[in-house]
Design a protein around this ligand. Structure first.
Ligand code: ZN
Length: 312
């Protein structure tokens, strides 16, 4: 299928349970274009090296700022002189999130979640460990805008803003063939992490629902995700994701009969996680709590520096 589109998938291994990211290579309007780069690791370098030796890379499109997509882009840009394209909001996020001021804020925010202090230190340390894997930063040359058209292989794709998984996440849509590069917006086997981190879009879960509805209207036949294998029928998967979150919202609501910290709710929702996974879990729990709070289904109160949520 990808061959018919003139697109090559470049699967880059990742050192996590989610053990790979799908990047893509195709001919663009001026030379070769890459979508997403992987983490800055020697494995990513070894994957890209033979490719950049054989192709003149002129453009790198970054679908969002998360390290597994953005991390190697600066290095790849240095090696190829390519121009880098990102949404304005995620360019800002990628260039600031792992900086010292931001990490101090991350640490302060964890303390408001009611975590045992050793755990909040471990989580911040884990966050800091990404610093080396996202640098050097790319020099962002162009801003991706909603509706912009990009030639990628045999076809042209429209840039669609689909915030939720990140504030500036894009997907790429070809109407004629009903194809969507769904990036991390719609994944086949796992539900994309939707996190709130006390910054950015105020209600990311609501944003994610709206982005799912936006894609549902397109009735896409063929979906090419950034993790996992291509699959058919976007609408089926969208329905599953909506249902999953609806059930989780109800589950979280059920835990709020008495005032609960973010960590207490998180511990009921998720078991047996690594530190890296715990970060995503806390963000996901908080996104659901804030969804309930912003839809007036619970109250929250800051007591001695810790947030408590309680159902109304
Ligand atoms: Zn990803």
């Amino acid at each position: 299928m990808l061959t018919d589109l003139g697109v090559t998938q470049v699967t880059i291994p990742l050192p996590f349970r989610l053990n790979h990211v799908n990047c893509f290579l195709a001919e663009g309007a001026r030379g070769w274009t890459i979508i997403d780069a992987g983490l800055n690791t020697t494995i990513s370098r070894d994957c890209w090296q033979p490719i950049i030796e054989k192709h003149e890379i002129t453009d790198i499109i970054l679908t969002h700022y998360h390290p597994d997509h953005f991390g190697y882009s600066g290095k790849l840009q240095q090696l190829t002189n390519a121009e880098v394209w990102m949404t304005e909001v995620d360019a800002h996020n990628g260039l600031t999130f792992w900086e010292p001021d931001s990490l101090v804020e991350v640490d302060r925010n964890y303390q408001m979640c009611g975590l045992p202090s050793h755990l909040s230190t471990e989580l911040t340390t884990d966050e800091k460990s990404f610093n080396a894997q996202v640098k050097p930063y790319p020099k962002v040359s162009h801003t991706l805008e909603e509706g912009m058209k990009i030639l990628f292989g045999k076809y042209e794709y429209e840039i669609l803003f689909t915030p939720g998984h990140s504030d500036g996440l894009i997907t790429l849509y070809n109407k004629e063939n009903s194809i969507l590069f769904s990036t991390d917006h719609i994944l086949p086997r796992i539900s994309p992490n939707i996190s709130y981190w006390f910054r950015g879009i105020r209600n990311p879960l609501q944003a994610f629902f709206m982005s799912l509805e936006k894609i549902k209207k397109l009735d896409v036949d063929f979906v090419i995700p950034s993790h996992g294998k291509p699959f058919k029928n976007a609408t089926n998967r969208i329905e599953e994701l909506l249902l999953h979150h609806q059930e989780r919202i109800e589950e979280v609501y059920g835990y709020l009969k008495k005032p609960s910290t973010i960590f207490e709710v998180n511990s009921k929702l998720f078991k047996k996680l690594t530190i890296h996974e715990t970060r995503f879990a806390i963000g996901e729990t908080l996104a659901h709590l804030e969804y309930l709070y912003l839809s007036n289904q619970c109250n929250k109160e800051l007591i001695n520096g810790t947030w408590f949520y309680e159902a109304v």
